[in-house]
Design a protein around this ligand. Structure first.
Ligand SMILES: [Zn+2]
Ligand SMILES: [Zn+2]
Length: 171
């Protein structure tokens, strides 16, 4: 759970983005409701029809700067694009335009947040060509005799002793 100061910081940043967009496009944009119950690997999600932005409280607490510099603008840009251009590709040229020219932000669609706390434990497996991360559910199946093949090299995945590396979080 986020305290009211954390929620305020995210909302203030969101409002900054809306004001930038209103200056740029010379029109008013409808403000969203901000929720803080995003689950899973996503840092945040924008719900266009409902005009809602959800933030992942767990990831925010561990990645404050990245949220305030990047994630808030990313999600607000989705809502701006929807109000300005209607239904277009989520990370298409309109969204990139808003990120670059209105918010002066890099238009990244993934980022390197540490998501180990929200995805649960992962297990490293090796084939002939690369390393795979298996969920605990799959890992338990392997322990019971299941075999997983790599789609690339068709090799059988074998548990490796290396620790799982961080995966990219979604935006
Ligand atoms: Zn392989
Ligand atoms: Zn996005």
């Amino acid at each position: 759970m986020l305290n009211s100061e954390d929620k305020k910081a995210l909302q203030v940043k969101g409002e900054d983005c809306f004001i930038l967009a209103e200056c740029f496009f010379d029109r008013a944009f409808k403000r969203p409701d901000y929720l803080f119950n995003q689950r899973g690997k996503s840092a945040g999600t924008a719900h266009l029809q409902r005009n809602i932005i959800k933030f992942n409280a767990t990831l925010f607490k561990q990645n404050r700067d990245e949220f305030l510099n990047q994630v808030v603008a990313h999600e607000v840009a989705h809502l701006i694009v929807f109000q300005q251009y209607g239904k277009v590709r989520p990370h298409g040229k309109e969204w990139q335009h808003v990120m670059h020219n209105v918010f002066n932000c890099p238009a990244n669609t993934t980022h390197s947040l540490d998501i180990s706390d929200v995805i649960g434990r992962q297990f490293s497996y090796q084939c002939l060509c690369t390393t795979h991360q298996l969920t605990i559910r799959r890992h338990n199946k392997v322990l019971k005799g299941a075999k997983y093949l790599c789609k690339g090299c068709r090799g059988v995945l074998k548990e490796s002793s290396h620790a799982a590396e961080g995966t990219k979080a979604k935006l």
